[in-house]
Every structure is written in structure tokens, then in C-alpha cells.
Write a protein that binds this ligand. Sequence first.
Ligand SMILES: C[S@@+](CC[C@H](N)C(=O)[O-])C[C@H]1O[C@@H](n2cnc3c(N)ncnc32)[C@H](O)[C@@H]1O
Length: 196
Amino acid sequence: MIKCSPRLVLILFLLPGPAAPSIFSQTETELVRINTPYVQTPQEVVSAMLELAHVTSEDTVYDLGCGDGRIAIAAARDYGAHAVGIDINPDRVRESMENASKAGVTGLVEFVQKDFFDADLSHATVVAFYLLPEVNRELLPKLLRVLKPGTRIVSHAFDFGGWKPEQAVVVSGCKVFLWTVPANTTDILAHHPKER
Ligand SMILES: C[S@@+](CC[C@H](N)C(=O)[O-])C[C@H]1O[C@@H](n2cnc3c(N)ncnc32)[C@H](O)[C@@H]1O
């Protein structure tokens, strides 16, 4: 069984991201947005994320930076939810589609090759991700602008910095955080850097 460990978190910080070869032509903002490397969430942590968010068959789960599609696929396979996985890396999207096919959930899941900063997330009722802390912080204003009140957000490993989670659990040494988008986001955004 894979356990979360300081080493895994260290790898997440040190590995070059999928877009590393082109970093010299990119702005600092673009770099923050795409530099999360590919590290998998252990399956038991995926299950804990979906349980913490109380995913049901009524949900549409968006898996931001979906990797091999494990969060979206588990949401469909284990809860009957609709799910959308988004990854910037076409190899990850291909792998996710193959995995969805093997899991028999192609009717419930969709995978899109895109920068999640440019994606329409407005249909999500649950948003899940495993990204670097600075990417979480960059993402928060967009999430609060486009997500409906009541949408649950679950993150593996890192929080948003300022906005305190309503629940935080540790599973196999991995942290998992839960938030619910409130009707009024003014206070949260007032203490957070503006959307770029
Ligand atoms: C730490 S991995 C997590 C993979 C998977 N969600 C999991 O938990 O096993 C982060 C993923 O985010 C993707 N990624 C990084 N920046 C992205 C962006 N701006 N838009 C879409 N995908 C991105 C990477 O290609 C990588 O697959």
C-alpha cells in the first residue's frame, strides 16, 4: 500500500512539471499554473476525498489535473456520479480514457485536455484536486467566482492558505481538506490575492 510521506510531498515540489521544457518562454503566472508534476493520489486517499465530499449519483465531480483519471473514475465507479477529468498533458488524458474503459464507466466520465484555469467549471457540484499550494491559491478566486454555492471542494495534501477548511482528515499519512462554497464569498476574497 502506498503511504503519503514527506518524501512524496518533496517529490511534488522538486520534480519538473509536464511543461518544464518550455518554461523559459512562459510568464511567472503561467508557470505557477502548470507546474504541478504528476504524482498519484493513493487509492485509499481518493476514496477518503470522495467520502469527505459526500459524493452521490446526483453529483458532477470535476477532477482538476486528473492524472490517470483515478478520482473521476472512482466517483463514477463507486458512487455512480458523473465526472469530468481535466489535464493539460495529452498522455494523461489518453491514459484516463483507457482506465475509464477498463473500469466500465465511459458513459459517466469525460476527459478533456485543457488548462483547468481556462475550463468551464460551472457545472461542478464537487471539485477535487491534488495540486501544489501556490496553484491552489491561484485557483481559489476562479473557484469562488464560477462555482455555485453549496459546491464541495476537496484537496489532497494542500489547503488554500487563508480560507480555513471545514474539515481536515489524515488518511494513510495524507492530508485531505474539505470546503463548501458559501453564498457570500466577499470575506474570503478580501483576504486573498486578486484573480490574475
Ligand atoms: C499531482 S498530479 C495529480 C494527479 C491525480 N489528480 C491524482 O491525484 O492522482 C497533478 C496533475 O495536474 C496536471 N496539471 C498541472 N497543471 C495543470 C493545469 N494548469 N491544467 C490542467 N492540468 C494540470 C498534471 O499534468 C498532473 O497530471
